[in-house]
Design a protein around this ligand. Structure first.
Ligand code: C5J
Length: 224
C-alpha cells in the first residue's frame, strides 16, 4: 500500500487497484478562442495547471497505473443532451451550436479534443460523458469493477463542476478518492478553494486532497 500525506489524513491506496482520472482537459475549456473563453472566462487560469497535470500523467504512466481521460461531450444529434442543459445558458451560446472550434461540446469536433500535451496513448481509457459526472450514462462503473479498481486519483477541470461531481459520484459508489491540489483548477479561484475544503470537511466526507509532491514522494518511497 502507498501512504500519501494528505488532508484530512493519510490516504492509502494499492496502485494496482487505482486509476488516475483526468477530467475534461479539452481544448474548448482551455484554449484561447474556445468555448470557455467565448463565455468570458480567463482560460489562463486553467492553462496554468497543464504542467502539473503533465507531471502527474507522466508519474502514473511511469508507475504503470491505469489512466482514464474524460471529455464532456454530446452525440452529434444531441439525443443525449437534455433540453434543460441545452437551454440552460444565459450566454446565448448553446451546446451543439457552431463555436470557435467547431460545434460546442459535440463529440469529434476540434474543440472537444483533449489538449495535445495530455493526449491519451494506447491502453488509456477515453470516456465521453454527457453529464458533469463521469458515471452518468457512461458505463464506467462496470468497466472499473471488471478491472478491480478501488481508488481514484483525480485531476482536471473545473474543480467545482465536473471534477467535484465526478468525485461525489465516485464516493457514493464506494471508491476511495484523492484530488491532486495543483492539478485541478477553476475559472473562479475561490470556488476551487471552497471545493478542496468541502471535499475534506467532516473527516473527508467526499475524499482526500494532496499535493503532487506528496503523491510522488509516497510512490517513490515504495520503490514502485
Ligand atoms: C463545465 C466542466 N464547467 N468540465 N464543465 O461546464 O467542469
Amino acid at each position: 500500500m502507498i501512504a500519501v500525506v494528505a488532508r484530512p489524513a493519510v490516504f492509502s491506496f494499492d496502485p494496482a487497484r487505482a486509476a488516475l482520472v483526468i477530467i475534461d482537459m479539452q481544448r474548448d475549456f482551455l484554449e484561447p478562442g474556445g468555448f470557455g473563453a467565448a463565455l468570458g472566462n480567463d482560460v489562463s487560469l486553467l492553462r496554468a495547471i497543464i504542467p502539473a497535470v503533465e507531471s502527474l500523467l507522466a508519474l502514473a504512466r511511469e508507475k504503470g497505473m491505469l489512466v482514464i481521460h474524460t471529455r464532456e461531450s454530446h452525440l452529434p444529434d444531441l439525443s443525449d443532451c437534455p433540453a434543460a442543459k441545452r437551454e440552460g445558458s444565459a450566454t446565448g451560446l448553446r451546446i451543439g451550436d457552431p463555436g470557435p472550434m467547431g460545434r460546442i461540446l459535440v463529440r469529434g469536433e476540434p474543440g472537444n479534443q483533449i489538449i495535445a500535451p495530455l493526449a491519451p496513448i494506447s491502453g488509456e481509457w477515453e470516456i465521453d460523458k454527457p453529464g458533469k459526472g463521469m458515471f452518468y450514462a457512461t458505463g464506467l462503473q462496470d468497466k472499473l469493477a471488471a478491472q478491480g479498481i478501488e481508488s481514484l486519483i483525480f485531476a482536471g477541470v473545473t474543480t467545482e463542476v465536473c471534477v467535484q461531481t465526478s468525485m461525489r459520484e465516485a464516493n457514493d459508489r464506494g471508491y476511495r478518492c484523492l484530488l491532486i491540489e495543483e492539478a485541478t483548477e477553476s475559472y473562479f479561484p475561490a470556488y476551487k478553494q471552497a471545493t478542496l475544503d468541502m471535499v475534506v470537511a467532516q473527516g473527508g466526507i467526499v475524499g482526500y486532497t494532496a499535493s503532487l509532491t506528496a503523491l510522488r514522494a509516497a510512490m517513490n518511497e515504495e520503490g514502485l
